[in-house]
Write a protein that binds this ligand. Structure first.
Ligand code: SF4
Length: 209
């Protein structure tokens, strides 16, 4: 008999979406285990290794249980790097539950999944992203770390369609990161770049997961 499809999951929890343009919306997060990168500033390092195998049916049971007390319309597949694992079965079943699906990815992997919202967040050192995201990304998040060069902001802004917002996300709401983010925003405006904004991590202000 074929074995049911399983995924390694670090956490399933409900909160508001704290980042990006969907900020503030009730969301159920499925945090998948594992990441192909090792960013020094990563705030979910526990997801690199921690995790338990869940069948897709077990994940759906958890989601239904959460929705009884927290009837969110959105599910966010995040990590770690969620696209290290084959998400086709999970996405197909989440669709059957009439959920809207967001994927947050570092963009080094791509799967042709029928999701509603791709958030990409290219990471150092080379800020590589798969070309499929040029037409698919609903938003691009660049974390304003000490090492983020302005040239990367300029390059990525120019490579994506003007309709796709680029967010300079302040690292852990730090004052030094905000200062740098505002400086880059000013430079970008002076360079004629459009659809760039600074953004914060709302859930961290509120002390939410
Ligand atoms: S890509 Fe994201 S999850 Fe992976 S190490 Fe970097 S910040 Fe952490």
């Amino acid at each position: 008999m074929p074995q049911p499809h399983t995924l390694k999951i670090a956490d399933i929890f409900s909160s508001i979406q704290g980042e990006g343009l969907r900020q503030g919306e009730p969301t159920i997060f499925i945090r998948l285990s594992g990441c192909n990168l090792r960013c020094s500033f990563c705030d979910t390092k526990y997801a690199w290794r921690k995790g338990r195998n869940y069948t897709v049916s077990r994940i759906l049971l958890e989601i239904r249980k959460i929705r009884k007390r927290f009837p969110a319309e959105w599910v966010c597949l995040t990590g770690g790097e969620p696209l290290l694992q084959d998400l086709s079965e999970l996405v197909k079943n989440l669709k059957k539950e009439h959920l809207k699906i967001q994927i947050e990815t570092n963009a080094t992997f791509f799967q042709p999944l029928p999701v509603d919202w791709h958030t990409i967040s290219p990471k150092p050192r080379n800020y590589f992203y798969r070309p499929e995201y040029k037409s698919r990304a609903k938003e691009i998040k660049l974390l304003v770390t000490r090492s983020l060069p302005y040239d990367v902001v300029k390059k990525i802004r120019r490579e994506f369609p003007a309709r796709t917002p680029l967010l300079l996300q302040i690292e852990s709401n730090l004052a030094s990161s905000l200062k740098k983010g505002l400086k880059y925003l000013k430079l970008a405006t002076q360079d004629g770049l459009r659809n760039i904004r600074v953004s914060a991590q709302l859930h961290k202000f509120f002390g939410l997961p």
